[in-house]
Design a protein around this ligand. Sequence first.
Ligand code: AMP
Length: 208
Amino acid sequence: MRIVLLGAPASGKGTQANELCRTFGVPKISTGDMLRAALAAGTPLGKEAERYMNAGQLVPDSVVIGLVEERTAEPDAASGFILDGFPRTVPQAQALGDLLVRKGTPLDAVIQIDVPRELLMERATLRRTDKRTGQIYHLKYNPPPPGAELEHRADDQEETVKKRLDQYDAMTAALLPYYQKLGLLKRVDGVGEPSEVTRRILAALGRQ
Ligand code: AMP
């Protein structure tokens, strides 16, 4: 299974990516994770990427395409992968398509987890983390126990969330039509229990 997973911040994309990796026995390939690892290791690539990441900008296409090319050539990716955070631009999508056609292993699907903006805002802005345990709660849907030492992540503050959602919308404005034209795009309703959303994704992939 070679899948691209698209979803806004707080759409549940991370949870679904993990679930799909477990179900299909394939690795998750996240360019964000790879870039953070390169940055932490202080590699030349990490140093180049750092200024873009710190400025909240996209790292140049050639850099992330190179990373994905190397990672998809590793043995554990031979039977498939879940791409998370890549592609983010149409040139990246084209490069991915060319790469996979060269290997003779085209993409199976692009899954977009669809959640209304108001709900994304509510999920993110009411999210709280217990500083001591790292446990994540939601003030409305999964309230913390008394005595929890709650922290509101900077990422989850209203203005920041709005900005991240706008960035996601700007990114997908070109990507969604691109994949729609190729007949690869599958929109899945992301509202509901995580297990229910997984069931919908598997159904969209014809696996249930
Ligand atoms: P993420 O964890 O996916 O949000 O990625 C964190 C940061 O890494 C982004 O804000 C970008 O600076 C960079 N990045 C990750 N994936 C890509 C990509 N496909 N294209 C360009 N930059 C990326």
